[in-house]
Design a binder for this molecule. Structure first.
Ligand code: PMP
Length: 360
């Protein structure tokens, strides 16, 4: 067996150690004679797995006690609707920061429920930066402020947490959760699809301050009500049991890597060396403002776009997978989430230098 180096944007690489553990536990989970997938979500064995995963995530992110941690389905995309349904709380407007593709999707969905006030946009520079705090035209009467700390496609990451005063801050952390230490108390709600830094697709994590829930828009479906999920410990119906279990294994793996603080050091180093390799070459380029370059998703172009297909072909032959950029932007993108080892980034840089020397 030879596993390749996977730079997929999501579903993304998982730690090999965790996959092996899941494999070992697959047929007979802890001597119970069945797999975790075949167990009732209400069994005491499964409930203990679920509770441990939640506790480990709380530990990793230092989640304060007045926050609920929910393990849901529907992807981050369902949160684009659940957020206005739950957080408008009788208000008519919400503030949104627009930094690219994922912000726009969130904005479009919110517009079905309220007046969306775009408090800053970087459309003028083709979404290659994040607005500064001073550029945010916040409305103190907005129900909440939504932003995308890391735009997965554009590779644009905020280098600060917006200060929104007493208005709850909502963050789509799909592609940046657990990548660096953050102060959860600065947020009203954090959400993330699991398939990048948490685990397999099919699980969505929501961390929400408990005073913000329980005041849903009239007509909100039961499954879209955070209060329902909070009251049932995310077991109002059958939760995504396997994804939740695997996320738990990842959380334990993260703890073994020194937690989020440990990952942050490694992630910074991985990103810095890749951007440095791009900047030092006149063959590769990244358009994002230096301060806003993503640690997780590194898009880059080749000096000659006619070489794109050859780059993909040769990189695959070298065992480097999924480097093709998103179809909307072209070029290349290396996603270097927590589970992508530093050695994979080193191998990518080496391949890029080899490719440039051959074709540049
Ligand atoms: N937000 C961001 C920042 C994302 O990167 C993605 C997925 N690429 C989504 C939302 C959508 O996530 P899902 O597919 O889980 O709905």
């Amino acid at each position: 067996m030879s596993r390749k180096l996977n730079f997929s944007a999501g579903p993304a690489a998982l730690p090999e150690e965790v996959l092996k553990q899941a494999q070992e536990e697959m047929l007979d989970w802890h001597g119970h004679g069945l797999s975790i997938m075949e167990m009732s979500h209400r069994s005491k064995e499964y409930v203990s797995v679920a509770e441990q995963a939640e506790q480990d995530l709380r530990d990793l992110m230092h989640v304060p006690d007045n926050y609920k941690v929910l393990f849901l389905q529907g992807g981050a995309t369902s949160q684009f609707s659940m957020i206005p349904m739950n957080l408008l709380r009788g208000k008519k407007t919400a503030d949104y920061i627009n930094t690219g593709v994922w912000s726009i999707k969130a904005i479009k969905e919110a517009q079905r429920y309220c007046d969306v006030n775009i408090v800053a946009t970087t459309e003028h520079n083709n979404f290659t930066s994040a607005p500064t705090q001073n550029q945010l035209k916040l409305d103190a009467s907005a129900a909440y402020v939504h932003y995308t700390p890391n735009e997965t496609i554009g590779g644009v990451e905020f280098d600060y947490i917006p200060d929104t005063g007493s208005v709850p801050l909502v963050a789509d952390m799909s592609s940046s959760i657990l990548s660096r230490a953050i102060d959860v108390s600065r947020f009203g709600l954090i959400y993330a699809g699991a398939q990048k830094n948490i685990g397999p697709a099919g699980l969505t994590v929501v961390i929400v301050r408990d005073d913000l829930i329980g005041q849903t828009l009239a007509g909100t479906p039961t499954m879209f009500d955070y209060a329902v999920h909070a009251a049932s410990d995310s077991m109002n119906n059958t939760p995504p049991t396997f994804g939740w279990y695997l996320a738990g294994l990842i959380f334990q793996w993260l703890k073994r890597q020194g937690g989020v603080e440990g990952m942050e050091v490694i992630n910074r180093r991985k990103a810095e060396k890749l951007y440095q390799a791009i900047d030092q070459s006149s063959f590769y380029a990244n358009p994002v403002a230096i301060a806003n370059r993503s640690w997780m998703n590194v898009p880059f172009t080749l000096a000659d776009a006619n070489l794109d297909n050859l780059f993909i072909e040769e990189s695959e032959q070298a065992g480097l997978l999924n480097l093709k950029g998103h179809r909307s932007v072209g070029g290349m993108r290396a996603s270097i989430y927590n589970a992508v080892p530093e050695a994979a980034v080193d191998a990518l840089i080496e391949f890029m230098q080899y490719f440039e020397s051959k074709h540049g």
